[in-house]
Design a protein. Structure first.
Length: 718
């Protein structure tokens, strides 16, 4: 792309009105061919029919302008996953235009159609096929227009880089721009067109540099906190000390005595405003508040017992055979419990929102994965029509599922409505931890068995509160049952904090437990852990990625613990099958675990941008080291004790493996699968298994801190 258009050039430019219909949109954009397409065209991709209100709106516009440039308008957002690049690759190939001629506009609720949000690795695997189909439809339409323009049958025409040429007479040609000049053509994608074969790709499957790389490296890229508005005030909001606190009284006189401070009070909302952020910090510290707090007698040590006691609502996820028969056929039985604490998203960019009222319209620049749900929430909160709320296009500085929720947007909108002033809300790091939708604390209990020949004969799996994603086992086990346990319907949530989606929700916990249990059985059977897995598998994709990664890693068979520090894990998330191996070194004096190298193989179907997929896998591996080795939320009742990075260990540079190798299976003829999350699911399991192989110590709780490693080694030696 010659220029990233999705940010706009002037934050005050607003040429598009708020009650825009599709034909009006086209007129204002200067004519051209407009293709509209919707998730309703592919309802089964979401497992069923869409809601009625979702059927009435499109999910993207595709416009070919009279200047020959192609504009894609989508409700998806760019938060570092690289879809601003890969979407352009898909469109360029199907439309037969050059990649550099495409401009992408993302997440602007005034000019981009409705979208439910950017999460779950859905952009490439669900939106991607829609986009390709729309490109193919547009190309077919333009070829027919060219046939009429040149008076030559369409089957005697070629097209490349948006130029249609007669096969026999190369001088006869016409550009897409000429064909669309002065015309107003609106077309709805009605039928699924034939898509190009991989052999016809020019851009898909090629490693492409991120189109936003220069902006982000140079600092040109704008985020919600970079927006500066005339007369803007910075807001700090009074926060409780505990989730279970109720505000009784508040004294704002200390803040009110400060020059330039404005205090806002509206029910439960107490905020201070100032033109300087540090003065707003001082002002909020002078607000005295009294709370009534009734904290539960639960902390980061006792949370697991609390969850098991509360998990009375049980749902069977998968089952087969008979557990009693499996028990009878088992010569060895293993009952284990795995624990996983709360984990924060901890993005570089805190939750941020900047907003203003202009001509009766609430304009908001926000770090959000869900612009359209945010618009709906703001409209409902303020009693405004949705078309009077405009979520602006902006980069998002990391989300990982934590920016699906939009509390900071509601806060800034409420303050702007109350004061009439432009306002920016940037959560402090303490607020970021406190209000984050944490990855749930969870417990997994497994009872499994093997027979005399080393085959798994029993699998009884119960996961408490993590969720069911990744809970199903995929080995060939004749007698198995998987249950997800949580609170009964209507009962209070057992968690101490807000919880929600965290990169590959539930799958990190479930993979850690499952792959640890697999290696416990392999060691007891005296079988090499790779061989043990392959004996239990029939799924060709799992077998392939495991053999592929073993070959690259240089795996040689040995029963564990071998002393080498080698670990294995595998799994499948968002359709992508993952095999992973790691080598670790454990300092037996300090308990420090250094991951020296990681090799991962991924079968993700069509790989649109191999460079982007590789970068995402590398990011997953490094981020996964954090939840595996260091990240843990400490708390007492509803009072969070972890408040910043001085007490929360995300991955450090010194933890990074010396070598990370990413292998991508050649499966370009298959549909694309997710790439933003799959590699992270294996990190807990692969590190735990490598620690066991190095030391003989089995870790049953994440994070596997040095203290826990030392404790496990002491137990292994007794």
């Amino acid at each position: 792309m010659k220029k990233n258009k999705h940010l706009g050039e002037n934050i005050n430019d607003d040429p598009i009105t708020h009650d825009l219909d599709r034909r009006d949109f086209l007129k204002r954009m200067g004519g051209g061919l407009l293709i509209t397409f919707s998730l309703n065209d592919y309802p089964l991709l979401f497992g069923g029919e869409l809601q009625e209100d979702e059927k009435t709106d499109m999910n993207a516009y595709l416009r070919i302008g009279q200047d020959g440039r192609v504009s894609l308008y989508t409700g998806k957002i760019e938060m570092g996953q690289g879809v601003i690049t890969s979407l352009g690759q898909m469109l360029a190939d199907e439309l037969d235009v050059h990649y550099d001629s495409i401009d992408i506009f993302m997440g602007d609720t005034d000019i981009c159609p409705w979208d439910e949000g950017t999460y779950g690795s859905l952009t490439t695997r669900v939106f991607g096929p829609l986009l390709r189909a729309a490109g193919a439809e547009a190309r077919a339409t333009l070829m027919q227009m060219a046939a009429e323009y040149l008076s030559i049958p369409a089957d005697r025409l070629d097209v490349r880089d948006g130029i249609v040429t007669a096969k026999e007479v190369k001088e006869k040609r016409v550009s897409y721009g000429t064909l669309t000049s002065g015309k107003e053509i609106v077309k709805r994608l009605e039928e699924k067109p034939a898509l190009k074969k991989p052999s016809e790709f020019r851009f898909m499957g090629q490693p492409m540099l991120r189109t936003d790389a220069r902006e982000k490296v140079t600092g040109e890229a704008k985020y919600a906190g970079d927006i500066q508005l005339p007369g803007m005030r910075y807001a700090r909001i009074l926060r409780p000390r505990s989730y279970f606190s109720k505000l009784i009284s508040v004294d704002t006189s200390g803040a009110e005595s400060m020059e330039g401070v404005e205090v806002v009070r509206d029910g439960d909302l107490v905020a201070v405003l100032h033109e300087l952020p540090d003065m707003a910090d001082i002002a909020i510290s002078k607000v005295k508040a009294e709370y009534e707090t009734k904290d539960p007698d639960v902390n980061d040590q006792s949370i697991f017992e609390h969850l098991v006691k509360s998990g009375t609502g049980k749902r069977v996820i998968d089952e087969g055979g008979d557990l009693e028969v499996g028990l009878q056929h088992s010569s060895q039985v293993f009952e284990m419990e795995y624990l996983d604490g709360y984990v924060a998203h901890a993005p570089i960019e805190n939750h941020t929102a900047t907003a203003m009222m202009e001509d009766g319209v609430m304009k908001i620049w926000a770090s959000t994965q869900t612009p359209y749900p945010a618009r709906t929430d703001v409209a409902e909160l303020l009693g405004m029509p949705e078309e009077k709320v405009h979520i602006m296009q902006i980069f998002v500085g990391g989300g990982f599922g934590g920016k699906i929720y939009n509390q900071q947007i509601l806060e800034v909108a409420r303050l702007v409505k109350l004061t009439g002033k432009p306002i920016q809300v940037v959560w402090t790091r303490r607020e970021e931890f406190f209000y984050d939708r944490l990855r749930p604390a969870a417990v997994v209990r497994i009872k499994s068995g093997i027979n005399d020949s080393g085959k798994i004969s029993l699998w009884d799996y119960d996961v408490f509160f993590a969720g069911s994603r990744g809970a199903k086992q995929y080995y060939e086990i004749p007698n198995h049952k998987t249950v997800s346990s949580s609170t009964e319907m209507g009962e209070p949530d057992a968690h101490m904090f807000y919880t929600g989606a965290w990169r590959a929700p539930a799958h990190n916990t479930n993979t850690f437990a499952r792959e640890s249990q697999i290696e416990i059985m392999a060691a007891a059977a005296g079988i090499d852990p790779l061989d043990f897995r392959l004996r239990q598998l029939k799924d060709a994709k799992y077998i392939n990625v495991l053999k592929m990664v073993a070959d690259k890693f240089g795996w040689t068979p040995a029963k564990g613990p071998s002393g080498r520090g080698y670990g294995i894990a595998c799994g499948r998330d968002t359709g992508t099958t993952v095999g992973m191996m790691a080598e670790v070194e454990v300092d037996k004096t300090t308990g420090h675990v250094q991951v020296k190298r990681v090799v991962v193989a991924m079968d993700m179907g069509l790989v649109v941008n191999p460079q982007g997929a590789t970068i995402q896998a590398e990011g997953c591996i490094n981020m996964g080291l954090g939840y595996a080795l260091g990240e843990d939320i400490r708390f007492e009742g509803g009072k969070m004790l972890t408040r910043n990075f001085d007490s929360y260990d995300i991955t450090r540079f010194s933890w990074t493996p010396e070598k990370i190798e990413v292998l991508l299976v050649d499966a370009q003829d298959e549909p694309p699968h997710g790439g933003g999350e799959p590699a992270i699911i294996c990190m807990g399991g692969v590190v735990a298994n490598a620690i066991f192989d190095a030391t003989g110590a089995r870790l049953y709780q994440m994070p596997m801190t040095p203290e826990r490693v030392l404790e496990a080694m002491a137990m292994a030696n007794t």
